[in-house]
Write a protein that binds this ligand. Structure first.
Ligand code: ADP
Ligand code: ADP
Ligand code: MG
Length: 491
């Protein structure tokens, strides 16, 4: 099987493929020749230059690599070509198995306007909205529903093409900008409008469908912790749902999946507002946050995808156990509005211990660039209840150490430690409201101290060694060499 992706998701898929007895083929761009995913597969093939458009989005080059290596299946991962009906059709036409839904399902799910129409047809509520978005339509929609309104790309994903407009004077410029962004990102500039809900929660349901038309659901994921309309912390189950609301949402997700003839793994996303919920979109692929579902249901969703692609039938899984939380660490500067960051991986320490899973491609020596999505690592914590999972997540974020490239672990730690998160009471607004109160200084100093210590020592220094440094009077102590300072108590 060829894995048409990079980063943590390529490694994660290669691992399951290998455990399932498959030989694996990786593909890599010129920027990624030294990346771990290329080394992890049985075979690796170059597919083009760094720009994703000419490599990871280059369908013909990927299919050619698959045929040349004798692969008989392609797993697209998430992002890139994973939801491209055209790519899935080309893969099938080349005599290969596409590990995902068939092209018809990808087309139906990928068009948000069409998916909204389908939801309405099967009786699933949608946010009040339109099917097009020219200036006149937008003006009359706003006159009817009031501002703010949300502009969205019909082909959108990953938070791109979205604009919130709170005043008529911004409308024209926002429509132009959104259309340009959508055209550039998705080669499809079609827009539509939705009423903007001020403080909803994002809750989604995992679905799986087999070739015989059976659909099962694997619980929900709470994904309200977002920046730029993209998730950074997810958990399962959602602390916001009553059993009655959960049952209604699961039923709605299953009805929609059945109505599109869903096959393989996918996600139905909703906004929750009080006791009401609204359909958002169908993501016809494996989701970044799938590990929290795996930990609760003790399953391997990639293995299930492989089974479904091979024509196997679904059966119900045993009920879920406990609670799981995922923290996504990005190469970004949280203190500068999550601006993308780049740099080498110098010192790295990954967490471990009971209930902790780390999905990452980080390894010392590699260079993090800005060509691709900045996701560096996912720290996933399982606990028998929410508080145990939360404490384990805090411990994992404390243990996580990475110098050389700015990242968001200390911001995530502050969020997970915050009172609203501990209580489970937050909406999609939380991150933007919390960010201005956050003080990154102490964490940055700690990271700088570790880097300085590493330079002085000429080798990696662990966080605990750095903390002991102040009391350490040996001549080689980095604290001696640098005019030591220490965070926390003096000893
Ligand atoms: P999830 O909903 O699984 O958490 P995200 O929205 O965070 O997914 O996106 C996961 C990855 O896929 C990111 O790299 C994002 O930029 C990319 N992505 C999502 N949707 C699309 C799309 N329609 N086209 C291209 N890339 C996408
Ligand atoms: P994408 O395809 O980029 O993931 P979504 O439609 O799933 O786009 O929306 C992404 C995020 O934007 C949601 O998780 C939510 O936080 C926010 N959002 C989307 N629609 C609305 C809305 N009508 N009102 C308020 N927030 C919204
Ligand atoms: Mg979405």
């Amino acid at each position: 099987m060829l894995v048409a992706n990079r980063g943590e998701i390529a490694l994660r898929i290669i691992r399951t493929a290998r455990a399932s007895g498959l030989r694996t083929v990786a593909v890599y761009s010129e920027a990624d020749a030294a990346m771990p995913h290329a080394a992890a597969a049985d075979e690796a093939r170059p597919i083009g230059p760094a720009e994703a458009l000419h490599s990871y989005l280059n369908g013909p080059a990927i299919i050619e690599a698959a045929l040349a290596s004798g692969a008989d299946a392609i797993h697209p991962g998430y992002g890139f070509l994973s939801e491209s009906a055209q790519f899935a059709a080309a893969v099938t036409k080349a005599g290969l198995t596409f590990v995902g839904p068939p092209p018809e399902v990808l087309s139906a799910a990928g068009d948000k306007v069409g998916a909204r129409r389908l939801a309405q047809r099967v009786g699933v509520p949608v946010v009040p909205g339109t099917e097009t978005a020219d200036l006149a339509t937008a003006r009359s929609f706003a006159a009817l529903n009031g501002y703010p309104i949300m502009i969205k790309a019909a082909a959108g994903g990953g938070g791109r093409g979205i604009r919130v407009v709170s005043d008529e004077s911004e409308l024209g410029a926002a429509l132009d900008a959104a259309a340009r962004e959508a055209q550039a990102a998705f080669k499809d500039g079609r827009l539509f409008l939705e009423k903007y809900l001020p403080a909803p929660r994002h809750v989604e349901v995992q679905v799986l469908g087999d070739a015989r038309g059976r659909v099962i659901t694997l619980g929900e994921r709470e994904c309200s912790m977002q920046r730029r309309h993209q998730k950074i912390i997810e958990e399962s189950p959602s602390p916001a749902l009553t059993p009655a609301l959960r049952a209604r949402m699961v039923e709605a997700a299953a009805a929609l999946a059945s109505a599109v003839g869903y096959r393989n793994a996918g996600t139905v996303e909703f906004l929750v507002d009080g006791e009401g919920f609204y359909f958002l979109e169908i993501n016809a692929r494996l989701q970044v946050e799938h590990p929290i579902t795996e930990l609760r249901f003790d399953c391997d969703l990639v293995a299930m995808q492989l089974g479904l692609a091979a024509g196997e039938s679904l059966s119900e899984l045993p009920p879920p156990r406990g609670h799981a939380i995922e923290c996504r660490i990005y190469a970004e500067d949280a203190s500068k509005d999550f601006r993308p960051a780049a740099g080498p991986v110098l010192h790295l320490q990954l967490p471990g211990g009971p209930g902790i899973r780390v999905d990452t491609f980080l390894t010392p020596g590699i260079e993090i660039g800005t060509h691709y999505d900045g996701l560096l690592a996912k720290l996933i914590a399982w606990g028998s209840d929410r508080e145990q999972a939360r404490r384990r997540a805090l411990g994992a974020l404390d243990e996580f150490m990475l110098t050389g490239v700015l990242h968001t672990a200390s911001f995530l730690r502050a969020v997970v430690a915050s009172e609203p998160f501990a209580r489970g009471q937050f909406s999609t607004r939380f991150v933007s409201e919390f960010l201005p109160q956050w003080r990154p200084a102490e964490e940055s100093i700690k990271a700088a101290a570790l880097l300085a210590a590493r330079v002085a020592h000429g080798r990696p220094v662990s966080a605990s060694a750095a903390d002991r440094g102040a009391a350490d009077r040996r001549p080689r102590s980095p604290w001696e060499a640098l005019g030591a300072f220490r965070l926390g108590n003096r000893s």
